[in-house]
Write a protein that binds this ligand. Structure first.
Ligand code: NCD
Ligand code: ZN
Length: 348
């Protein structure tokens, strides 16, 4: 049995770092293991312009003195977004992608897009300048069941966008269904997907059976077991269109453990050990490195990292802290609910 694994230092292609005291408290949790991360722009006041992205990048760097970590910034697409500013920020290397949130789909998405025709010209400009679009793939219509919102989004929104703007490179973020896996696999080119750590581990029973567990509630919400299995198959398949985006999304415990709890699982701290366990359980440890350290970088046109991360298999299951204390309150860490024998043992 394999007991040690040295990987190229990984990247996280979907991360929420927040701002202020929460940023200061949780950023080191990502910077410890990850070399780079695509930083989601859904702050309370969304990051819409190149100047705002540059300023947010500075705040992130200030929260990580001395850390070897590169935030890869994104912009939040609104119906009023300025295509010229997006293209200029991309050319200048300030941003790496633009994020589409359907209005009302998730945390801080009120400024998102309501009418896709209003962003069509911006998407065309992005396609021409090869600025990738990251997509939160859920419709928001009240009459669509929450467990169907991803599949309906593909049919009603994503496929039409891709037909209308065929050159646009798209990353379907945090896919949660077999429908999304099949859709990505059926595309010729220009389409990829991130998969989170938690969606490889939990299905909807973990949230709802035997009591409601708010720390497993995230968006898109975890689906049936057959969907989780499709995600695991995609992640371990070696198909370069699927790569890690943790969607680590911290909320203070008081905001999660509430009559209207926030969506988001916080997985920055223990993602790498959990992923090693998931890949080992599937007999696919050799596929972990490309999943975390090369497929995403290739899609984004980035060089591979030069550092390494070593994981070691322990005799007994490893424990993780239950929560991380931040100046914005305690944040409960994702509990994989299964034995994890892997631990990060060296960072080079
Ligand atoms: C994210 C957040 O809290 O910002 N929440 C989540 O459940 N994933 C937003 C998002 O990515 O949908
Ligand atoms: Zn997210």
């Amino acid at each position: 049995m394999r007991t040690e694994l040295t990987l190229t230092r990984p990247d996280d292609f979907h991360l929420h770092l927040r701002d202020g005291a929460m940023l200061a408290g949780i950023a080191p949790e990502s910077a410890r293991d990850f070399a780079r991360a695509i930083i989601m722009p859904n702050l309370v006041l969304p990051v819409v312009t190149g100047a705002e992205a540059a300023a947010y990048r500075e705040r992130i760097m200030a929260a990580l003195p001395g850390a070897d970590f590169t935030p890869l910034m994104t912009l939040y697409l609104t119906e009023a977004s300025d295509a010229a500013d997006i293209v200029a920020a991309h050319r200048a290397g300030i941003i790496h992608a633009v994020k589409l949130y359907p209005a009302g789909a998730t945390t801080n998405s009120e400024s998102g897009v309501r009418d896709m025709t209003r962003v069509r010209a911006t998407l065309e400009a992005m396609s021409e300048a090869d600025v990738p679009l990251c997509v939160h793939g859920e419709v928001t219509d009240a009459e669509i069941d929450i467990f169907d919102r991803e599949a309906v989004f593909i049919e009603r929104v994503l496929d039409p966008i891709r037909q209308a703007v065929p050159g646009l490179r798209v990353i379907m973020e945090h896919v949660t269904t077999k429908d999304a896996v099949d859709y990505v696999q059926s595309a010729d080119a220009g389409l990829a997907a991130t998969i989170t750590t938690h969606h490889l581990v939990i299905n909807r029973n973990h949230i709802l059976a035997g009591g409601i567990r708010p720390h497993y509630y995230c968006l898109p919400v975890a689906k049936r077991e057959l969907h989780r299995q499709a995600l695991v198959r995609a992640a371990v398949s070696g198909d370069a269109r699927f790569f890690l985006g943790t969607d680590s999304a911290p909320h203070a415990d008081a905001a999660k453990e509430s009559t209207c709890g926030c969506a988001g699982c916080f997985t920055a701290t223990n993602t790498m050990p959990i992923l090693a366990q998931v890949f080992e359980n599937e007999g696919a440890l050799d596929r972990l490195e490309p999943y975390v350290a090369s497929f995403g970088a290739e899609f984004y046109g980035l060089p591979r990292n030069s550092g390494t991360l070593t994981l070691t298999r322990q005799e007994a299951p490893v424990g993780f802290p239950a929560r991380i204390d931040t100046g914005a309150g305690p944040v409960t860490l994702f509990d994989p609910g299964m034995p994890v024998y892997w631990q990060v043992s060296a960072r080079g």
